[in-house]
Design a protein around this ligand. Structure first.
Ligand SMILES: *Cc1c(COP(=O)(O)O)cnc(C)c1O
Length: 367
């Protein structure tokens, strides 16, 4: 007999993308930024390391919140820092969903939301998407009745961004809406928490929206583990009761604060990624792929006649790592076992040199 809670035995556990530990890979599988973080970040870590590591960090991360808040036009009590954006997602589930209550998120999309719901023993239901990545009509009425809705915007693996109009229609009538903006900085016109600020049109629902952000992608700090949530102070205050007292460590706080202080560095890297993204997308179209217009640091590519699994394996044999993704029962109404499995290749935008390598290997493989 298992010693685990039934809910834990039932779930499979989230499987992150591969992190090969040997060198020589062109690694385009987990949406890391190919450029280094701001040199100010490294200086800040060195200074913090020579400081007072014998003491606990500031449990309220005051300094970080003071730097983050003005970037979004809010006050510091609207910000909750966390050990990676994924920790805030966990805090959200633990704060707002009792066992048995319903959490919904789109599908195909980020699968971690389903895992977190499973750990909490909450019900998870999928909001189904159409093959053009728009929401099915049924999604809106289902979302309305949820305790908690998670929507990454832009979405992964597709890279598309839904309009604010669509997003506002997905807010539950009596629950919390989490807008996961992990890729928010890569958009053509990035948002700055407009949906939760005090505007007439969204005022009522604004009190139920939580935005999550991460430093893993646009700030080139996936190894640091740092993210933050933005929401009305009442929501942040409640979530603070759920987090670990010292969820952000001294080095992480120093580094994250320095990273946000160097907006120019982040934005210069975003511009490079956007330019390479365009080049990559155009090359893939020339190879016959269908490519979803991306507002992120990756592109979703499907080929009408070639096996994605074979392309993935051939590239892997050449030490180029993409993410081959498979979504059973996609684009159908709910979990119909007979609905088809949808798969494709998610390709992180690397440096120009890395993308040139990919393009030349694809030329050989697809010839
Ligand atoms: C990368 C990613 C995250 C995780 O961010 P971390 O800060 O690295 O935990 C969350 N949501 C989505 C949609 C992501 O792609």
């Amino acid at each position: 007999m298992s010693l685990f809670r039934e809910a834990i035995d039932r779930i499979e556990g989230y499987v992150p993308g591969e992190q090969p530990q040997d060198s020589g890979w062109v690694k385009l599988n987990t949406n890391e930024n190919p450029y280094p973080p701001s040199p100010r970040v490294v200086d800040a870590i060195k200074r913090a390391a020579e400081g007072r590591l014998n003491l606990y960090p500031d449990p309220l991360s005051k300094r970080f919140r003071e730097v983050a808040a003005p970037l979004f036009g809010v006050d510091p009590d609207w910000i909750l820092p966390a050990n990676g954006s994924d920790e805030n997602l966990t805090i959200l589930v633990r704060s707002f969903a009792d066992p048995g209550q319903t959490i919904r998120s789109p599908y195909p999309s980020y699968i971690l939301y389903e895992t977190l719901a499973g750990i909490q023993d909450a019900r998870h239901e999928r909001l189904s998407l159409e093959p053009d990545w728009s929401f099915s009509e049924s999604a809106f009425s289902q979302a309305a009745e949820s305790r908690l809705v998670f929507v990454p915007n832009p979405n992964s693996p597709s890279g598309n961004r839904w309009s604010d109009e669509t997003i506002l229609k997905l807010i539950p009538e009596n629950g919390i809406f989490v807008l996961d903006e992990a890729y928010g900085d890569f958009c053509e016109s990035p948002h700055h928490a407009e949906l939760i600020r005090n505007t007439n049109s969204t005022r009522e629902s604004a009190g139920r929206i939580v935005i999550t952000r991460t430093l893993s992608k646009s700030y080139s700090l996936a190894g640091l583990r740092f993210g933050f949530a933005i929401a009305r102070p009442e929501l942040i205050a409640g979530m603070r009761k759920v987090k670990d007292s010292y969820n952000c460590n001294t080095l992480g706080l120093a580094a994250a604060t320095a990273a946000l202080e160097d907006q120019e560095w982040m934005q210069a890297n975003v511009k490079k990624v956007q330019a390479t993204r365009k080049r990559l997308s155009e090359a893939l179209v020339k190879f016959g792929f269908d490519v979803v217009p991306s507002e992120t640091n990756f592109v979703w590519a499907t080929h009408p006649s070639r096996s994605h699994a074979e392309i993935f394996e051939s590239l892997k044999a050449r030490k180029i790592l993409l993410r081959f993704m498979k979504f059973p029962n996609a684009f159908g109404e709910s979990a119909d076992e007979t609905a088809g499995t949808f798969d494709g290749l998610r390709i992180t935008v690397g440096t120009d040199a890395e993308i040139d390598r990919l393009i030349s290997e694809l030329e050989t493989i697809l010839a």
